[in-house]
Ligand binder design. Structure first.
Ligand code: B12
Ligand code: SF4
Length: 436
């Protein structure tokens, strides 16, 4: 099986290529490990590699995050033309399986831990079904991912390890809520440590802890950190800002080697957060919370949304001031998009406010919702205006080398200077920063 992680198209419809992909996903190495005896796999990360169109693989497995599914669909079409059997899976395909089904022989919806084995046996017996669907219940048990299939590629100096899948929160716009409906499945701490040790044995000293909200279960996180600490690794992850209210846990997280946390701040408007069912976030408290986390020695990346119904031109412009005055070292923004299956999509679909129904064409840089205060075109214009102003050279220098963090953590600050400059260059080329 050839497992392909497709790239995304840029604003001109050209596949985005990079000389190095710092963040590598876990999906393909894990799928390769899940294949039953007798099956072998290769992995192609299209962002950094050419697709081997003449592959002798019998089966092509395509993943797809967000609008990468648009690229996956074109790759599937070409492989079908070449007579290959094509299967598709991953988060976006799981949300719109009926769209993907037109381009492939089988769609895998949700978690593949069980279904991929069934699918392989069906392929062997010539009884492939068009759809396989499953959702992990209870504890998440996964084999050691086939890291060996990606380590030789042009990737960053860290590898991914999964702790949990899903999130107990119910934010209206979120694909994770839509996929897992408030369910949060954790892996046994022993298994997570097994994977981290394997990464260490491969010569890596850093890892990306994949979990949509690692602070969801504080006692689990505490136990995990206690076990990570002696391994002397550094790591990054994402979680809710509520970690700032748990000083003991925050200390433990920092001491275990956590260097970066990404927070979904979404908006500086309380009204907008309420509208998105994220009422447990208080923008009035953001400055304090961010300071607490930075002071603990952890850098903050942030994710914010542009184009919520309650947003105004003024509230969005104020976002620039908030971000530039804050302790955030890598701020990112996304136009709100109505992903099918989310509550947001269900609310909007019959209102005529969605300006483009082609869900596979949605990107973080494309506003497709007319809001009461702003047309989609205005939201999009503001999205780029915010990015340009947040990523001026002076703003970048202020939050990196001219910040107090430079004295405390010079090496890390220089790394973030580089990240900011890459983002700035992407913004200037019309690519929304994220695919680092
Ligand atoms: C690491 C990561 C990245 C990395 C690495 C990407 C890469 N291409 O490898 C970076 C930072 C580069 C990135 C970029 C993007 N990402 Co991303 N990313 C993640 C993150 C945090 C972890 C992914 C992961 O490894 N998960 C663990 C694995 C085990 O889970 P999984 O991938 O879902 O795989 C399981 C199943 O889905 C299934 N499966 C997956 N693929 C396939 C394929 C086949 C054939 C089969 C049978 C099964 C199958 O099997 C696996 C085991 O059950 C997720 C969040 C999350 N919770 O997953 C977001 C996430 C997947 N990303 C997302 C998005 C939107 C993007 C971008 C489009 C953002 C952008 N601005 O451009 C780009 C797209 C890049 C691309 N080329 O695909 C969204 C997807 C939402 C959606 N509706 O699809 C997520 C869910 C984040 C979010 N909360 O919204 N991402
Ligand atoms: S807290 Fe984050 S991952 Fe969880 S549902 Fe809300 S936006 Fe999604």
């Amino acid at each position: 099986m050839l497992l392909i992680q497709p790239t995304i198209y840029d604003e001109r419809g050209v596949p985005v290529k990079k000389s190095k992909l710092y963040f590598v996903g876990l999906g393909m190495p894990l799928l390769a490990a899940l294949l039953p005896d007798g099956w072998t796999a290769d992995i192609c990360i299209e962002t950094i590699e050419d697709i081997p169109w003449d592959t002798d693989a019998d089966i092509i497995g395509l993943g797809g995050m967000g609008h990468a599914a648009n690229r996956a669909k074109d790759i599937a079409t070409e492989f079908k033309r070449r007579g290959k059997t094509v299967i598709m899976g991953g988060p976006m395909v799981s949300l719109v399986p009926e769209l993907a089904a037109d381009y492939c022989d089988a769609v895998v919806i949700g978690d593949a831990e069980e279904t991929v084995v069934e699918l392989c046996h069906d392929l062997e017996s010539g009884t492939l079904k068009p759809r396989y669907s499953d959702k992990v219940k209870g504890t998440l048990i996964t084999p050691l991912p086939r890291y060996d299939l990606v380590v030789g590629k042009k990737i960053g100096d860290f590898l991914p390890v999964q702790a949990g899948r899903g999130c107990p929160h119910t934010c209206k716009f979120c694909s994770i809520y839509c996929l897992y409906r408030g369910h949060y499945a954790r892996r046994p701490v022993d298994d997570v440590i097994r994977d981290i040790q394997a990464i260490k044995d491969l010569g890596f000293s850093k890892f990306l802890l994949i979990d949509d909200n690692i602070v969801s279960h504080p006692t689990y996180l505490a136990e995990l950190c206690e076990r990570i600490k002696p391994l002397k690794m550094t790591w990054m992850s994402q979680c809710s800002i509520r970690i700032a209210d748990k000083p003991e846990l925050l200390k433990l997280v920092a001491e275990s080697g956590c260097r970066v946390l990404s927070f979904g701040l979404e908006s500086i408007s309380k009204e907008s957060l309420l509208a998105m069912d994220k009422k447990w976030c208080d923008p009035g408290d953001y400055a304090r919370v961010l300071r607490v986390v930075t002071d603990a020695g952890i850098e903050i990346a942030s994710e914010m949304i542009v184009g919520i119904d309650t947003d105004t031109r003024q509230s969005l412009m104020e976002t620039i001031d908030f971000v530039t005055a804050s302790d955030i070292v890598a701020p990112k923004f996304y136009c709100l998009t109505p992903i099918p299956g989310t509550d947001l999509y269900n609310e909007l679909k019959d209102t005529g406010r969605i300006t483009d129904p082609d869900v596979l064409s949605y990107t973080p840089a494309r506003a497709v919702i007319d809001t009461p205060n702003l047309k989609a075109t205005e939201v999009q214009e503001l999205f780029w205006a915010i990015y340009r102003q947040v990523y001026t050279v002076s703003a970048i220098l202020r939050r990196t080398v001219l910040h107090r963090r430079m004295l405390a953590r010079p090496g890390q600050t220089l790394f973030f200077l580089m990240v900011n400059l890459v983002y700035r260059s992407q913004i200037r080329r019309g690519i929304s920063p994220n695919i680092l």
